[in-house]
Design a protein around this ligand. Structure first.
Ligand SMILES: *Cc1c(COP(=O)(O)O)cnc(C)c1O
Length: 469
């Protein structure tokens, strides 16, 4: 399989050639030249597979330049009951017939990002070992991504992680999760600013090409194609768990921010998985809901980006969305390039008066958004009706999913984090704190390791220069 750019200006590359990179060389996003199609016989055979075998079948179609035996070993070492709490890896919980929650949050940091990042860490290690190179990962986080990346990269000798986070702005649990890591290859840089400052500093440092090359600076951001690949697996797993036969259709409700999770669902559908609807849910930051309702994609300024009680979905633009628009426009790279130039110059583009917008429904997409009050009400309702505690992000998905639910079509709502990560919101909704999974009881009492930095990209460079191997 070869990878091209959504803007049409990159010579085709292999999976390992795009693995460590961020953007394509022409500023677009990397994407397979064509999606693999799964035929009926294959789908019938896959129904009986366990998570690891299914993951191998799917990932090997995208990572076809890694020898099969090596890839199998990497996958088998990643998706273990020890790391993800059960052999099912992503267990399906049935609330009532036809209504399910797919548990994606049982990895080391209790958020769905672990499913992709745990694999990414092992793929990075494999490739770096082969080439004899080191990598310094620089990132910014407002919560889940940072801890998920750090837990995936901890203890890997060829990798160091420099993670910028806004000092005092994450939940207590999230802060403790990151800062309690004591591995010498993990560096928590607490910035005296907000998340946007952290992201700007990363952009500044990465924009210095000489520095970037000299220190082999890499990223683990949500546009990384390997992350999408890993996420495709649980759409298949969830489908098989919620149905008896491959003649059935299901719909998925997906709490969305950067469009990474639901993009994997789109790819699964393009591969031939019988998905009826992909129900996209946003919170008050409704850039994506607006597009799917109106055809207009309008990015927000920092001042228009709200801090909500589902903070991992607080985005001003959706970095993976370009990949979907590439498919929506019949893979017209020149047009995608033009649309994103318009985003850069005017902050928006509008497809409402084009035939492309009408095609959105052929791709199964519908959308909606929720508010803080909706989240609180949904958490209460799911707890009272089914005895199941869900977190605020999952609640966004359930709320919007139920609006679009159709009779006779199983609805699978993606659980993207466990409630324990957002204790204050659960307390507000239910008047009680969520239970803690084993091993997390004293998390906030552990010693914390971090360096405090001013909002200054030069300070980040100096820190990396002093600590890079
Ligand atoms: C990252 C995240 C999301 C959003 O996922 P995208 O792939 O960015 O759309 C939703 N919920 C939680 C808990 C997350 O950490």
């Amino acid at each position: 399989m070869k990878y091209i750019s959504t803007r049409g200006g990159m010579p085709p590359k292999t999976f390992t050639e795009i693995l460590l990179g961020g953007l394509a060389s022409d500023g677009g996003l990397t994407i397979p030249e064509a999606y693999p199609r799964i035929n009926r016989e294959e789908l019938a055979r896959w129904r009986a597979l366990d998570y690891r075998s299914l993951a191998f079948e799917i990932v090997s179609r995208f990572a076809d330049d890694i020898p099969a035996a090596d890839l199998k070993a990497i996958i088998d070492g990643t998706y273990t009951a020890q790391a993800f709490g059960s052999e099912e890896i992503t267990p399906l919980k049935t609330l009532e017939p036809g209504l399910h929650i797919l548990g994606l949050s049982n990895g080391p940091t209790l958020a769905f990002k672990d499913i992709a990042l745990q694999l990414l860490g092992n793929l990075f290690e494999y490739v770096l070992e082969k080439t004899g190179h080191d990598l310094n990962i620089l990132g910014a986080t407002s919560g889940d991504t940072g801890s998920s990346a750090e837990y995936a990269m901890r203890g890997k000798p060829r990798i160091r992680v420099f993670m910028l986070s806004p000092l005092g702005k994450m939940s207590r649990f999230q802060t403790a999760q990151m800062y309690s890591l004591a591995e010498p290859n993990i560096f928590n840089l607490a910035v005296k600013g907000v998340f946007d400052d952290c992201q700007d500093m990363v952009k500044r440092v990465s924009g210095d090409a000489a520095f970037k090359a000299r220190y082999r600076i890499g990223a683990v951001n949500s546009i990384n194609w390997a992350r999408i690949t890993a996420q495709i697996v649980y759409y298949f797993k969830g489908y098989f768990a919620a149905t008896r036969s491959n003649d059935e259709e299901v719909s998925f409700a997906v709490p969305s921010g950067n469009f990474g999770n639901i993009l994997a669902g789109h790819v699964a559908r393009m591969m031939g998985l019988p998905i009826r609807q992909l129900i996209l849910a946003t919170n008050e930051n409704d850039v994506l809901d607006e597009f799917f309702r109106t055809g207009c994609y309008r990015v927000r300024s920092s001042a228009q980006t709200y801090h909500t009680s589902s903070p991992s979905m607080d985005i001003s633009k959706a970095s993976n969305f370009e990949r979907f628009v590439f498919d929506l426009t019949g893979r017209d790279g020149a047009l995608v390039k033009d649309l994103w130039h318009r985003v850069d110059s005017e902050g928006a583009f509008d497809l409402s008066k084009t035939g492309y917008f009408r095609k959105v429904q052929d791709f199964g997409f519908v959308s909606g958004h929720s508010t803080h009050a909706n989240r609180m009400e949904t958490i209460r309702r799911v707890y009272h009706d089914y005895g199941v505690m869900i977190d605020t992000h999952t609640a966004d998905g359930v709320k919007v999913g139920l609006v679009h639910r159709e009779a006779g079509i199983p609805l699978i709502c993606m659980e993207t984090a466990l409630p324990v990560k957002f204790e204050d919101s659960i307390n507000e909704a239910l008047g009680q704190a969520p239970g803690r999974p084993g091993g997390f009881e004293n998390l906030e009492k552990l010693p914390q390791h971090f360096e405090v930095l001013d909002v200054n990209a030069e300070a980040v460079k100096a820190f990396i220069a002093a600590h890079a191997g």
